[in-house]
Design a protein around this ligand. Structure first.
Ligand code: UDP
Length: 328
């Protein structure tokens, strides 16, 4: 029953945690990663590792056969909103065109199940909060559009071919493996908790708050921060579900359903780190909505998902522990 799973982007932040979660649950795993932002050392030595491009059909064909792959978890992609505004074609290339090639290879080789890392950015700047999956997708930046197009390709493909899919729309993923086996090593990271932890450990000079004039309680952006280990646990449960019900595909938010502002996050990092972080105010960042919080009703009623780290200080503590272990 536990078919081998190909994890794309398995050397990256979320992918490396997914590899741990799958192996912890007894699934055979292989990784494909081009190491553009990931690290070879993020993947255990005994996991079959293929360095290369997810759009390389010959490479994929070889992996599918050699590893007897039956399912794909697709994490490889670009994830920085402002970068997508500055360089949209890179996002449509990395996230949309390469996903198309991967999906095509999956169909050609009869891979039965496909789980895709999507994003709350598909909702754009919704006029209500929290957002459920019935909220019409209306992305406001190329990143969100590049991911939404992949969702749409999957839906059309599953309607026409013998494959089912699970889409998880991630809210703000943060933290690190509680056992310290993995964390976020991304160079030049831009995500708030990572940036704040770098500042707290002296690797960075304070934190810029991008916008203090949002329509939120304290004027700074509000997000639903989810612990990476809870996020990847949802993927493993979703995979079991896709295999048990091959006719059904699912699209679900993956968040806890509560929001914290930038100021609250910085307070938490200061509290956990026991140090002050210099804060400066800057203009809003291009493409940033004011508030994005998940309505998690669907995932909670569909999967037996029991988050273990639904606590901002726990997320920050694990992120900080990883940051302090860095030797580079
Ligand atoms: N943010 C900030 N300073 C930073 C990084 C992020 O004020 O150095 C804010 C950002 O404007 C947003 C929230 O923190 O309101 C989360 O941004 P992040 O880049 O972590 O994730 P996103 O929601 O853009 O995917």
């Amino acid at each position: 029953l536990r078919t081998p799973v190909l994890v794309t982007g398995g050397a990256g932040y979320i992918g490396s945690h997914a590899v741990l979660a799958l192996r912890d649950a007894g699934w055979p795993v292989a990784v494909v990663d081009d190491l553009s932002t990931g690290f070879r050392a993020a993947v255990a030595k005994d996991v079959p590792f293929y360095e290369g491009d997810i759009a390389d059909g010959e490479l994929l064909a070889r992996i599918f056969v050699e590893q007897e792959i039956g399912a794909i978890m697709h994490f490889a992609g670009s994830i920085v909103v402002p970068e997508s505004v500055a360089d949209p074609l890179r996002y449509y290339g990395n996230n949309t065109a390469k996903s198309r090639a991967l999906i095509a290879a999956a169909v050609a080789h009869g891979i039965g199940h496909f789980i895709f890392s999507s994003t709350a950015a598909v909702y754009g700047a919704p006029d209500h909060s929290p957002v459920d999956e019935e909220t019409p997708a209306a992305p406001i930046n190329p990143y969100g559009r590049s991911k939404l197009m992949t969702e749409q390709m999957l839906a059309d493909t599953a309607a026409a071919h013998e494959i089912n899919y699970g889409v998880l729309r991630y809210f703000n993923v943060a933290g690190a493996d509680p056992q310290g086996r993995a964390g976020q090593s991304t160079a030049g990271a831009t995500h708030l908790i990572k940036v704040a932890c770098e500042a707290a450990t002296g690797r960075r000079d304070g934190v810029a708050i991008f916008g203090t004039d949002y329509e939120t309680p304290d004027g700074t952006g509000v997000r639903d921060y989810i612990h990476v280990s809870d996020l990847v646990a949802a993927h493993v449960l979703l995979l079991e579900r896709l295999i048990a019900e091959p006719e059904a595909s699912l699209t679900m938010n993956c968040g806890y359903g509560r929001g914290f502002s930038v100021s609250e996050v910085l307070d938490a990092v200061e509290r956990v780190a026991g140090t002050e972080i210099a804060r400066r105010t800057e203009a809003r960042r291009a493409g940033d909505p004011g508030e994005l919080v998940s309505d998690p009703s669907r995932i909670r009623s569909t999967l037996p998902w029991e988050p273990r780290n639904d606590d901002l200080d726990t997320i920050v503590r694990h992120a900080l522990e990883w940051e302090r272990m860095r030797t580079d």
